[in-house]
Design a protein around this ligand. Structure first.
Ligand SMILES: O=P(O)(O)OC[C@H]1O[C@](O)(CO)[C@@H](O)[C@@H]1O
Length: 258
């Protein structure tokens, strides 16, 4: 695992956006995997900025998203479909037909999951997957005790995740209790992973993902077995790995582009 520590959220976002931009510049037909949540919002804003400056062309890029709440319509402002349009897709020249998002209102979940897996395979596989990490160590919506062999499937959300995500809803009762998510096996089959984490609340999860035993109790720990993972952490998210593990004690702070 390649661990990069930057000062703060803004630097994390700029650095992540420049990695995604380079991927697209080097391979305009890239297949990108996107995440949602608070963490990548700044990255998407930076990416839109780079696009508006004329440096990147998304017209041949294909996208897949990690997950979607079940059952929620794509027009619902709490949906990840809405989020992606709002923060990214409405502002860049990615083609609608190249955007793939899970349908949180599908009638047949099994069919939805199988066809999503097939679409990923037909696209040639994901070149670069952006990941966040939950406070409980989840990646995508693969909650603790997730099956490491799992592909896209219906997930029952953990109480901790429901509570953490209630900040996006009017009340905790409104948070969906289920979601459809790429599985751990789907995530592990991508070519390159960029995991972003910011803030002290992520510090424990990051520590266990990077330094702990590889265990379904911390789904993110499986990433230790992936051949090409870069973590971009701000100082707070890196706090526990750098204070508890000699190997990471002297991680240098990489100055982001101002
Ligand atoms: O960035 P946040 O809001 O802390 O969420 C962490 C992770 O949880 C999810 O929202 C669940 O999929 C991810 O998209 C995200 O990376």
């Amino acid at each position: 695992m390649n661990v990069v520590v930057v000062n703060d959220y803004d630097e994390m976002s700029k650095r992540a956006a420049s990695i995604i931009a380079s991927q697209v510049i080097l391979n305009p037909k890239s297949v990108l995997g996107f995440a949602t949540g608070d963490t990548p919002i700044g990255t998407y804003k930076e990416l839109v900025k780079i696009y508006k400056e004329g440096y990147i062309d998304f017209s041949d890029v294909v996208t897949f998203n990690l997950d979607e709440y079940y059952s929620i319509s794509k027009e619902n402002p709490q949906s990840y479909n809405f989020y992606m349009k709002n923060y990214l897709f409405n502002h860049i020249n990615v083609k609608d037909e190249n955007i793939h998002m899970l349908n949180g209102m599908c009638d047949d979940i099994e069919k939805e999951c199988t066809s999503y897996e097939n679409l990923i395979k037909e696209s040639g596989g994901i070149n670069l997957q952006i990941l966040g990490i939950g406070r409980n160590g989840h990646i995508g919506f693969n909650e603790p005790n997730a099956n490491f062999e799992g592909v896209t499937h219906l997930v029952h959300l953990d109480k901790g995740t429901i509570n953490a995500n209630s900040r996006f809803f009017n009340s905790v009762e409104e948070v969906p209790t289920k979601a459809i998510s790429m599985g751990i096996k789907t995530i592990m089959s991508v070519k390159k992973i960029l995991l972003l984490a910011s803030g002290i609340k992520k510090s424990e999860a990051v520590y266990h993902a990077v330094n702990g035993p590889i265990t379904p109790k911390v789904p993110g720990s499986i990433l230790q077995l992936h051949p090409d993972v870069t973590l971009i952490l701000d100082k707070e998210a890196a706090y526990k790995i750098s204070s508890r593990n000699e190997k990471y004690r002297n991680l240098s702070i990489v100055e982001g582009k101002k």
